[in-house]
Design a protein around this ligand. Structure first.
Ligand SMILES: *[C@@H]1O[C@H](CO)[C@@H](O)[C@H](O)[C@H]1NC(C)=O
Ligand SMILES: *[C@@H]1O[C@H](CO)[C@@H](O)[C@H](O)[C@H]1NC(C)=O
Length: 389
């Protein structure tokens, strides 16, 4: 349909009429400023693209008008030089684009429909409004107008017709929030939640996950906190395996109304019981300084009396395991946290022979490995001969 106000540039009205219109527009803002008209709102608000903002606003108007009966209509205009808005009921023009009103007779700017909401009741001197699905094109200056019978007033703060409210729209930089609802442990199902930025009642964002984990299940959750405040969350449940260690879990949020996107990733740090326990044996024979054999997994360990035997025990686990070497249920040596712990048997004696068990333990469990140490008797004839000489 052809809205007259959209065609106002082509409409022919005399220059005097136009002058009167402009004077009426400018003068009301200045003259009436001293006559009990006041609007209180933030001078400027900032909103990220795709998100929402609520602008608290309160106004007062001249006492003689307060007793007039009839509905008090409120109108928010976006300043747009060159466009004039045509008011049907009173047959007059106002500069700007109408974005929201409680006056059902007046058509509002198409791109504002459903996104701008007058949340305050003008009858209660409340001009609060909200913007949902914020778009770059929303940035600019806005001003409020009231009408009731002969009361027609636009709240403008100075003669240069600057608007009372400045809206800034920036790119979406807020990130989704990700958190785990239980500890991250290999082999234990875990649910991770992602919450979309903003708590807006506009078009719901779409939340999706990217993961390298094979077995997972996602579901979308919406929580309404109040009529204007929502939380959009998605949860993913999966069974982490050791192969998922360090892998990224990404939550991606898109705002379909404006095509904005926000992403956040976490890297899985999975706890697991100690495993992959290994031993490396090193024997040093006296008089043979070069003889450092290192052998992984050697069992049994066969040494000569007087040799120095080292057995390094390594294990993987998260958190780092505490490690101990035991012999017949007695601790030989232990350490609090680490990935390797050495059993040192210097100048080994016959009674050092036996079974040694390396234990690696963290809060998730224990793993162990036992090796047998055999000590062979070394004949001391040569030594005796030497001392007899
Ligand atoms: C104006 O209306 C808004 C939205 O309903 C409300 O949150 C606010 O408290 C009201 N302000 C006053 C001063 O009543
Ligand atoms: C999330 O995982 C970490 C690492 O496993 C853990 O320390 C933390 O307690 C977990 N959070 C909750 C709420 O369980």
């Amino acid at each position: 349909m052809g809205l007259p106000w959209k065609e106002n540039e082509n409409m022919s009205f005399s220059t005097p009429t136009m002058m009167v219109l402009i004077l009426a527009f400018v003068c009301k803002g200045t003259l009436s400023h001293n006559l009990g008209y006041r609007l209180t709102s933030p001078a400027s608000v900032s909103v990220q693209r795709g998100l929402c903002v609520h602008i608290p606003c309160h106004f007062t108007y001249a006492a003689p008008h307060q007793t007039v009966s009839g509905t008090l209509y409120g109108y928010w205009f976006k300043n747009n030089k060159g466009s004039w808005y045509y008011f049907y009921p009173n047959n007059h023009y106002v500069q700007g684009l109408l974005v929201v009103t409680n006056d059902k007779r007046q058509p509002v700017e198409r791109s504002a429909v459903g996104r701008f909401h007058l949340t305050g009741d003008p009858a209660e001197s409340n001009c609060s409004f909200s913007i949902n699905d914020a778009k770059f094109e929303d940035k600019g200056t806005y001003y409020f107008r009231i009408e009731r019978g002969n009361l027609r007033y636009t709240f403008i703060t100075n003669q240069a017709a600057s608007a009372s409210l400045h809206v800034v729209v920036t790119e979406l930089t807020e990130k989704p929030k990700i958190w785990n609802t239980s500890e991250l442990v290999v082999g234990k199902p875990v649910t991770v939640i992602c919450q979309a930025p903003g708590s807006c009642s506009g078009t719901p964002p779409k939340i999706s996950w990217r993961t390298e984990s094979k077995s997972y299940k996602t579901s979308l959750l919406h929580h309404q906190h109040s009529s204007r405040s929502w939380a959009y969350e998605s949860e993913i449940t999966f069974l982490p395996s050791l192969a998922d260690q360090g892998k990224a879990l990404t939550c991606s949020v898109t705002y379909p109304a404006v095509g904005a996107r926000a992403e956040e990733s976490i890297h899985l740090r999975l706890d697991y019981q100690p495993q992959d326990i290994k031993t490396v044996v090193n024997i040093q024979r006296p008089g043979c300084p070069g003889s450092r054999e290192e052998e992984e997994g050697l069992d049994p360990v066969v040494a000569w009396e007087g040799d120095t035997v080292r057995v390094i025990c390594r294990a993987e686990g998260r958190p780092d395991p505490s490690m101990a070497w035991m012999k017949e249920n007695e601790i030989v040596t232990k350490m609090n946290q680490g990935k390797a712990h050495t059993l040192l048997l210097p100048e080994i004696r016959l009674q050092d022979a036996g079974e040694y068990q390396c234990q690696a333990r963290n809060r998730l469990g224990l793993t162990s490995k036992t090796i047998r140490v055999i000590v062979q008797f070394r004949k001391r004839e040569k030594t005796r001969v030497r001392s007899l000489r």
